[in-house]
Design a protein around this ligand. Structure first.
Ligand SMILES: [Zn+2]
Length: 382
């Protein structure tokens, strides 16, 4: 029976297989080649491999690999895609793993292809017959651009397991909470006309001024009503990110567009926020008789909260020696929690090195990660 390559070669092969995901089509590689690599290695280790296609794009898929039987096991999960990079800003080729200064450099070393290799390393000597509960290796598509892979899993509704570790870069400290993300575009439509006579048009820009006033008042209300001391910024944030309207100074502005990013703390739901936002904007525009269109920039990521006394949280705290905290970034965790799979975020990289030129993973994180994962497997599955 063929065996997967040794650990550094696994990481090297994953980094060397480009899988950038981006809303910009020209930058997007798809992740199918990474999924195929993982499928081969995991089949060689005796896992049953299921590849789940993403209907939206034939170049993308999730992989669910299972050793043992049942639905109450441990899931080790990671996304197979990376963000785009600017090779000119890197010291060396981002798609070639390079070892220097006790670090492994390459795109996806910290965020987070290397975790998938470390999970395979931790599972290398296991046999199905040794497991009371199954071990699942889950590799997803498109985390960096819309979380389509995790959404596909949530839609399918198939139970993955009872407990889950997602190896996003947390410096090997467990995370059980993060905020949600809600991005929306608001387009106010008025009527253009000559600037010399206001009755010749209806200014969308002046209407947007009223909308911004209503949004800032709503932000104050949200921040008064919702506070969570677990977070560095303990309140929901609402950022006005981009505005564009009109053309010439001597024309009444016919249309004006604003994008906003709202990050709710746990307990605030993205669908309810959207339902609250729309009537407020409409009410702000009603006196001027302006029309408005809304567009969800993406469907929104729910906040994540896994209970402090969940078995996987307690176990992660015990194995890492660190209390479970809150992260400032979003993950696929809320989708796994929704499937009844209690999730903790815990991985070897540092978030400071993610999405940056010369991304790296410190070599001295490799052995502790493999040991921690072996312990988790032994405690849950054996
Ligand atoms: Zn990531």
């Amino acid at each position: 029976m063929p065996r997967p390559p040794r650990l550094l070669d696994l990481i090297g092969a994953l980094v060397g297989t480009p899988s950038v995901s981006s809303f910009e089509r020209g930058l997007d590689h798809g992740n199918r080649a990474v999924i195929n690599l993982l499928a081969t290695w995991l089949e060689d280790l005796g896992f049953r491999v299921q590849i789940q296609d993403l209907d939206t794009d034939p170049a993308k898929a999730n992989l669910i690999a299972t050793l043992g039987a049942g639905e109450d096991g441990l899931v080790l999960a990671g996304h197979t895609d990376t963000v785009p990079c600017e090779p000119a800003l890197w010291q060396r080729d981002p798609f070639t793993l390079h070892e220097a200064d006790n670090r492994l450099y390459g795109l996806g070393t910290a965020d987070m292809k290397a975790f998938l290799a470390l999970a395979i390393e931790a599972a290398r000597d296991l046999r199905a017959a040794d497991l009371k509960r199954p071990l699942v290796l889950l590799a997803t598509a498109d985390e960096e651009s819309g979380m389509l892979g995790a959404r596909r899993l949530a839609e399918a509704g198939r139970a993955l397991g009872r407990h889950c570790i997602v190896g996003e870069p947390t410096g090997l400290k467990p995370i059980r909470q993060h905020k949600g993300i809600f991005d929306e575009r608001i387009r106010v439509v008025g009527r253009s006309g000559h600037s010399s006579d206001p009755t010749l048009g209806n200014s969308a820009l002046e209407g947007m001024h009223d909308v911004i006033g209503a949004l800032l008042a709503w932000r104050t209300e949200l921040q008064k009503a919702h506070r969570d001391a677990a977070f560095h910024v303990p309140v929901p944030t609402l950022n006005l990110g981009h505005i564009h309207g009109g053309d010439n100074p001597n024309r009444i502005c016919g249309a004006c567009e604003l994008t906003l990013d709202l990050r709710p703390v746990p307990g605030l739901y993205t669908a309810a926020l959207r339902e609250a936002l729309h009537p407020r904007v409409r009410a702000a525009l009603a006196p001027r008789g302006l029309k408005v269109e809304f567009e969800a920039i993406f469907d929104g990521l729910p906040p994540m909260v896994t209970q402090a006394d969940a078995h996987i949280v307690r176990l992660a705290e015990q194995l890492s020696g660190a209390p479970a905290g809150a992260a400032a970034f979003g993950t696929e965790g809320p989708y796994f929690n929704a499937l009844g799979c209690e999730t903790v975020i815990l991985g070897p990289g540092n978030i400071e090195q993610a999405h940056q030129p010369d991304e790296y993973l410190a070599l001295d994180r490799l052995t502790p990660t493999v040991e921690l994962l072996k312990q988790a497997i032994s405690r849950i599955c054996q």
